[in-house]
Design a binder for this molecule. Structure first.
Ligand SMILES: [Zn+2]
Length: 178
């Protein structure tokens, strides 16, 4: 696993815990280069889910990407790893219960915004204001990753619209094609 601090790939697992439900494994890791400690989660995705991006490309749904996006929004907020993991699990469950195996990327973004709005206003505003400027969560993450590693707040002082709702364009469902 790549160290979030120094990007080294050398780490050791210092603790492994299995969730009560037995469906998630949490590993505490330590970077062998810089000593930074971080946590990874493994969980089962029983069905294949494809994400359809706004440009029409499809790719496998990856929990790590979802988790990264949420983590960025929750950065330095009083939100625990467990809370983030619960959102990831809830959203994954919702996606798996959809009748179709394809889901629009902006639909996932909406689910994240809905979840964050319930737990932390700042994380919600951060996610919403930044996310809406990008095509999808991945583009958002790529942009954040380009920023220097020093402790900068993600840009965007923007407040959500009065209703905190998505734009009409975002909310408009598109038919998935075979
Ligand atoms: Zn490191």
């Amino acid at each position: 696993m790549r160290c979030p601090k120094c990007a080294s790939n050398d780490d050791k697992v210092i603790e492994t815990r299995i969730s009560k439900e037995g469906d998630t494994i949490r590993r505490r890791r330590q970077c062998l280069q810089c000593g930074f400690r971080f946590t990874t989660y493994e969980s089962i995705i029983p069905a294949d889910i494809y994400v359809v991006k706004r440009d029409g490309r499809r790719e496998d749904f990856k929990q790590e990407k979802l988790r990264d996006g949420i983590r960025m929004a929750c950065w330095k907020r009083n939100i625990s790893q467990e809370q983030i993991e619960n959102i990831v699990r809830d959203i994954s469950t919702q996606l798996m219960s959809l009748p179709q195996s394809e889901v629009e990327s902006h639909y996932i973004g909406e689910l994240v915004m809905r979840a964050l709005r319930n737990i932390d206003e700042v994380a919600y505003v951060r996610f919403a204001s930044v996310y809406r400027h990008f095509k999808d969560v991945e583009a958002f993450i790529n942009e954040i990753n380009k920023m220097p590693a020093k402790e900068t707040e993600p840009e965007g002082e923007e407040k959500p619209s009065a209703q905190g709702e998505a734009t009409a364009e975002d909310a408009k469902p598109e038919e998935s094609r075979p």
